[in-house]
Design a protein around this ligand. Structure first.
Ligand code: ZN
Length: 494
């Protein structure tokens, strides 16, 4: 194991702390995964990439890492955490599907997008719906401890009671007293003693299709509970790292802390890490704002706000060019700059193959220093933009040698190659064929697909629907989506 002093920012203590794993040599890491009811977007890409880099770096340092990233497939409700209809169940009802068909459909698409972003799969990817028994047992413990109450078949966490004994709000730093003194009763929340109380178990309404038996009612668990339960199941009562987007600090992670303190008497997590958010042209992303761009739309350029397609590696590089605790603002200009930067980086790396080694070196000291500098940057709370800056220094050295302004030995060349292998391709997880955007990747097929679509439109004009459908369906089997529009026909890679 490398003897590095990895420092990470602990959201709970609000300072950088020297990372010391709980179990010698093994790291337990839990990251809140997606709610699978829609296509992945940039907001999914950032935590996935941030914690992928941490996962890769910890493994590079020699730790065995058990990385758990959950799948929320029940209990994440439409309007707020406690009321309304489950999003997945609603879609299933509207489209007459099994809820698990909806989950599997979006999960497949999520996995596909993650693979294209070169995000490694986690060690365990547990589903909330697969851990109902464990969640019921967890609720029983909180009830026994006196921090929850049953009301009309539902079970709520008693926030004022908990806050009197412990501190509710220590992670987010919110003024919870203000929240607790609110006397207003929200619609549909009469079951709760206090508006701040959150659901551990909800009794299902008659139309609710995702339901399980419990001691309190046929119902389903509250959203916050799954992470406490599955974190403990796979990583133990206390584990090292819990990550997620900053938007999850409150209420989700605050509630997780309350649940584990109520159950065990202590927080389960030693280091809380949160990545900052992505804005689009300075605005929060949101469906109602019309700036909600899915990853697929980035990869194909098929959103009106995009002036071109961006390869998954451009997206990855763009995200890594900012420190994970800074906000990132998306714009076409910013992504185009990232695309150019990545091209420049990879061109520099390729040029290394053409470097003619000399017996003497004028850059040996600089080459030697770069490896240490990259480790230092990563050890300083995963400072990926600084690592990238050092890799550009390496590109600068390669260019100097190529232009005859410096000389490098065969040993220098090997070290530079290792520098890229370790940091660019290894820890940062960039792929070398990254400059091939989807649009470029399609070029070889473009002529053939266009030809087939011309034949199809001929067939259509002769009302030969069988041939027309056959061509469309066969293209679909081969992975090309064909869409008839009022202006003609469009196609893309599925
Ligand atoms: Zn979670």
């Amino acid at each position: 194991m490398k003897q590095n002093n990895l420092c990470i920012y602990n959201s709970l203590s609000r300072q950088k702390e020297l990372f010391r794993p709980l179990h010698e040599g093994r790291v337990g890491m839990y990251v809140c995964g997606p709610t699978v009811y829609g296509d992945g977007h940039l907001g999914h890409a950032r935590p996935a990439i941030t914690f992928d880099v941490l996962f890769r770096y910890l493994r590079h340092l020699g730790y065995a890492v058990r990385y758990v990233r959950n799948i929320t497939d029940v209990g994440h409700l439409e309007h707020d955490a406690d009321e309304g209809e489950d999003k997945i169940a609603k879609k299933a009802r509207l489209e007459q599907l099994e809820p698990m068909e909806v989950v599997q459909h979006y999960l497949n698409r999520y996995h596909d997008a993650m693979a294209r972003l070169n995000v490694l799969p986690p060690s365990i990817e547990p589903h909330a719906s697969g851990h109902i028994i464990e969640q019921i047992e967890y609720i029983k413990k909180i009830l026994e401890a006196g921090y929850a109450y049953e009301s009309n078949g539902s079970v709520y966490f008693d926030v004022p009671k908990y806050n009197a004994d412990h501190h509710y709000g220590k992670l987010s730093g919110r003024n919870i007293d203000e929240l607790l003194s609110e006397t207003r009763t929200l619609d549909g929340q009469q079951e709760k003693r206090n508006p701040a109380d959150f659901a551990l178990w909800k009794k299902a309404q008659p139309e609710h299709i995702m339901r399980w038996p419990s001691p309190w009612s046929d119902g389903f668990p509250g959203w916050h509970l799954e992470c406490s339960t599955m974190g403990e199941k796979y990583l133990g009562e206390t584990f090292d790292i819990h990550g997620g987007g900053m938007d999850l600090k409150f209420p989700h992670h605050e509630c997780e802390i309350a649940q584990s303190v109520a159950h065990h008497g202590h927080d389960s997590v030693r280091y809380w890490m949160h990545n900052n958010m992505i804005t689009i042209n300075g605005q929060k992303m949101g469906k109602s704002l019309g700036n909600f761009i899915t990853l697929d739309e980035f990869f194909t350029g098929s959103h009106p706000m995009l002036t071109q397609a961006y390869s998954p590696m451009t997206i990855r590089f763009f995200i890594l060019q900012a420190h994970y605790r800074s906000t990132v603002d998306f714009s076409n200009e910013a992504l185009q700059a990232s695309e150019k930067a990545l091209d420049r980086m990879l061109d520099g790396w390729r040029r290394l193959a053409d470097v003619k080694p000399s017996p003497e070196s004028t850059i040996a000291a600089e080459v030697d220093a770069l490896t240490d500098k990259c480790y230092e940057a990563l050890d300083d709370d995963l400072n990926t933009p600084i690592v990238i800056a050092h890799l550009f220094e390496a590109v600068g050295l390669i260019n100097k040698v190529r232009d005859g302004h410096a000389t490098a030995t065969a040993g220098d060349v090997d070290k530079l190659r290792e520098l890229f292998d370790t940091f660019l391709f290894g820890v940062l997880g960039v792929c070398a064929d990254a400059d091939v955007s989807d649009a470029k990747a399609l070029e070889p097929y473009r002529g053939a697909v266009d030809l087939l679509l011309t034949v199809r439109s001929e067939a259509k004009s002769k009302k030969d629907w069988a041939t027309s459908d056959l061509i469309r369906d066969q293209l679909a089997t081969l992975g090309f989506a064909v869409k008839d529009t009022k202006d003609g026909v469009e196609w893309s890679l599925k």
